[in-house]
Design a protein around this ligand. Structure first.
Ligand SMILES: NC(=O)c1ccc[n+]([C@@H]2O[C@H](COP(=O)([O-])OP(=O)(O)OC[C@H]3O[C@@H](n4cnc5c(N)ncnc54)[C@H](O)[C@@H]3O)[C@@H](O)[C@H]2O)c1
Length: 353
């Protein structure tokens, strides 16, 4: 079968990891780049050995040689570019978070439904092997019936990792382009996605956060405490978000890390790392029947989740399959993040529906 031809729209920092997903990809090939910044296009084209480049993404969408696009843009551009790409008949993989609002998410879902092409939101924690293994263990009943989940995200002083470009930081923090406090909306979307993945839909959310800078670019979303109840059940969860400025975080990427704990009727499961390697612990730990098991036999390099994600996208196009996250699931993760933001601002419980 012919390989799916893919173009990137947006060739900023995260495109580095997406590009790795097309090295030796058996079902897809990266063939073009579009970025509004000519200098970025030039150096990325060299780096990824791509000949076809554009500074206006509409030109990439008019290129009949391109089957699919990965949208890797600031959040306020997710809606217009997704709608244009679907209208141009290109399969779409859209970086998280899906959109700035639920109205925007609904417009994307509607457009995707009538487009006849594949639409997915890419949230790479779901293709990170320690999370995939944990999900498989939960589904197999290894710790019995899951009862509760506890999540911790922490940022600090990165050692060995990426430095975020000033421009990338600026659009993330500006409410009109980033969509809200990054720890809850941008990075937070990964965690709301993972909570849904492990525990199912969320019904109500209650959050407390330092909101003194709300509405300005200084509002980061940390510190915060978020608690919730899962839909139609007595299952609960909590999520603590902290920034510890002097904490050294070993990492190859961002200056942060996360870990989480699921308690079941028979045991407890921990995923101990993700984007960083703060604790240096085994990536997956299970306690059951009086014994604690540490699992090391898995890929822990965070970039591997992007490689899997790209391959999943192009093989799903070839096979007519819907990969994670479909529109409604991606919308639910967004609703969860937005509810946490709203609850913290309004000092009240927020129901997702
Ligand atoms: N863990 C993850 O999965 C992860 C990590 C980082 C970023 N992201 C997501 O990836 C997306 C991009 O983030 P980033 O860190 O690469 O940002 P970035 O700022 O490094 O790159 C964005 C790029 O978009 C380009 N751009 C802006 N407007 C454009 C337009 N109209 N047309 C074409 N190009 C345009 C900019 O020139 C820039 O090169 C965001 O959705 C972000 O949330 C995800």
């Amino acid at each position: 079968m012919r390989k799916v031809t893919v173009g990137f729209i947006g060739a900023g920092q995260i495109s580095e990891l997406h590009a790795r997903g097309y090295e030796d990809n058996p079902t897809g090939r990266l063939v073009a780049l579009a970025d509004a910044n000519p200098e970025v296009v030039r150096h990325r084209a060299q780096e990824y050995a791509i000949e076809t480049t554009y500074t206006d993404y509409h030109d990439l969408l008019s290129d009949p040689g391109i089957d699919a696009v990965e949208i890797l843009l600031p959040h306020h551009l997710h809606l217009p570019v997704t709608l244009d790409a679907l209208a141009a008949g290109k399969h779409v993989s859209l970086q998280k978070p899906m959109a700035l609002s639920l109205d925007e998410a609904d417009r994307m879902i509607e457009a995707a439904a009538s487009s006849g092409v594949l639409f997915r939101v890419f949230e790479n924690f779901r293709t990170y092997e320690p999370y995939m293994r944990a999900k498989a263990m939960l589904d197999a009943g290894e710790i019995g019936e899951p009862l509760s989940i506890r999540v911790k995200t922490i940022s600090g002083r990165g050692v060995g990792g990426w430095i975020q470009p000033v421009e990338a930081k600026a659009w993330r923090h500006a409410p009109t382009t980033g969509g809200g406090p990054p720890a809850i909306i941008d990075h937070g979307y990964h965690l709301t996605s993972i909570v849904l993945f492990f525990m199912g839909p969320v019904e109500t959310v209650h959050a407390m956060a330092d909101t003194r800078a709300a509405g300005t670019a200084d509002y980061t979303g940390d510190p915060a405490m978020v608690i919730w109840k899962h839909k139609d059940s007595e299952k609960y969860g909590s999520w603590e978000i902290t920034h510890a400025p002097d904490l050294m975080v070993r990492t190859d990427f961002y200056a942060g890390d996360e870990w989480l704990e699921v308690t079941g009727t028979r045991g407890i499961l921990w995923v101990m790392r993700c984007s960083g390697n703060l604790l240096g612990e085994a990536p997956l730990i299970m306690h059951r029947d009086g014994a604690t098991h540490r699992y090391h036999d898995m890929e822990t390099n965070w970039s591997d989740s992007f490689v899997r994600g790209a391959r999943e996208f192009t093989s799903a196009i070839q096979n007519g399959r819907q990969p994670d996250l479909d529109g409604p699931e991606a919308r639910h993760a967004l609703a969860f993040s937005l509810a946490a933001m709203k609850s913290a601002l309004d000092h009240r419980e927020v129901t997702l529906d």
